[in-house]
Design a protein around this ligand. Structure first.
Ligand SMILES: Cc1ncc(COP(=O)(O)O)c(C=O)c1O
Length: 365
């Protein structure tokens, strides 16, 4: 542990681990931010001091993801769940269709919201396979005049992740990256919109990051309430109403931390190493641990597995909790076990978990 009071291994699925260095800095600055004599939480969101925090967070995001100039970056509230509605509200009409790739419960929730605004259809689904894999899809599975296609890049509950992004030709691509945003470099130009409830890899809950291409914005519907229009947030630099200022400050600090790690390539390398420790134990356990996701679709962020015996699984989770491993229970809808290994989860936590899994197997196999 790198801090005496942080004596647990935090594998929570979200909200989840934040870098200790960021929390310590926030603690130091909590009562007197930047010699203002106030906490960042007490600043006016219209003040110069806050404006700098806000704009620096946006600039850091643009730089780290190498976001092209024809994109806007905005912060909205309401979580990724509000995006499920805002997307069809802004981009779908009664005369158009939107295709959804169904890779888990979050895709299902996003898809459900299309019904009020137009026609959603399933491009492909791995539901029959308990969402163990990411389906193979391409431009021929969609209609050229679709309003957009939607995919969930990392499936937090089932532990699958797109390894290669599909090409849908000229149809705008919208991606929910809530659970793998900034976990690796991506080519933003392959997407017309990226959104993420940022409480996993980027900050405490409260901010939803939206990266949106100007050409998509131009296609937005007019009959949308002001606060639910993307354009409103673009025009006001995400200051249309009071933003979650502390969350945005924390986002900026986490982005600085990512820079200090060596940027997204370095973060990806560490994420791969961390996940490998745990997947290796699963793969070498002779079926004692059973991974949920197909190997080719495995997530580097959420590692899902079961034990072949349910009583033993309960015991595993209890013993793990006693040893300070937090958040290893699978999502309440699927059960089993899940280790969320987001950016801020230290390598030593993943190593410790892999050791614990080996010891538990040795005792109980
Ligand atoms: C992939 C994905 N999408 C959407 C959500 C919902 O996010 P929020 O709680 O911010 O609405 C989650 C939450 O875990 C998620 O993992």
């Amino acid at each position: 542990m790198n801090h005496p009071s942080r004596n647990v291994y935090n594998f929570n699925a979200g909200p989840s681990a934040l870098p200790t260095a960021v929390l310590e800095k926030a603690q130091q600055e909590l009562t007197n931010f930047n010699q203002s004599g106030m906490s960042v939480m007490e600043l006016s969101h219209r003040s110069k001091t806050y404006e700098t925090v806000h704009n620096e967070a946006i600039d850091r995001l643009k730089k780290l993801y190498d976001i092209p100039n024809d994109y806007e970056v905005i912060f909205v509230q309401g979580g990724a769940s509000l995006q499920f509605s805002m997307i069809p509200m802004n981009f779908l009409t009664k005369d158009t269709k939107a295709g959804y790739v169904m890779t888990g419960s979050w895709s299902e929730k996003a898809f459900k919201e299309t019904a009020l605004f137009g026609t959603g259809y399933e491009i492909a689904s791995s539901k029959d396979d308990a969402y163990r894999h990411i389906p193979t899809v391409s431009a021929k599975d969609v209609n050229e005049d679709d309003a957009y296609v939607h995919l969930t890049t990392n499936n937090t509950i089932y532990g699958t992740q797109w390894q290669v992004f599909p090409n849908f030709g000229n149809v705008p691509v919208i991606a929910d990256m809530s659970s793998d945003i900034m976990s690796k470099p991506i080519d933003v130009s392959k997407f017309d919109m990226i959104y993420a409830g940022a409480q996993k890899n980027l900050e405490p809950s409260g901010v939803t990051v939206v990266i949106i291409k100007k050409s998509l914005l131009e296609k937005a519907n007019e009959q949308v309430p002001t606060i639910l229009k993307y354009q409103t947030h673009v025009d006001s630099n995400s200051l249309y109403n009071t933003p979650p200022t502390f969350g945005i400050y924390m986002l900026g600090e986490v982005l600085k931390w990512i820079e200090m790690q060596g940027g997204l390539e370095a973060v990806q390398k560490v994420n791969e190493e961390k996940a490998t420790y745990i997947y290796d134990v699963i793969d070498e356990s002779n079926g004692f641990y059973i991974g949920h996701a197909d190997k080719a679709s495995r997530s580097l962020m959420n590692i899902t597995f079961r034990l072949k015996d349910e009583t033993l699984e309960k015991q595993f989770l209890e013993e793990a909790a006693e040893k300070g491993f937090v958040g290893l229970n699978g999502h309440r809808s699927v059960g089993g076990c899940r280790a969320s290994t987001y950016n801020a989860v230290p390598t030593e936590a993943c190593l410790a978990l892999s050791e614990f899994m080996k010891e538990f197997q040795a005792k109980h196999a």
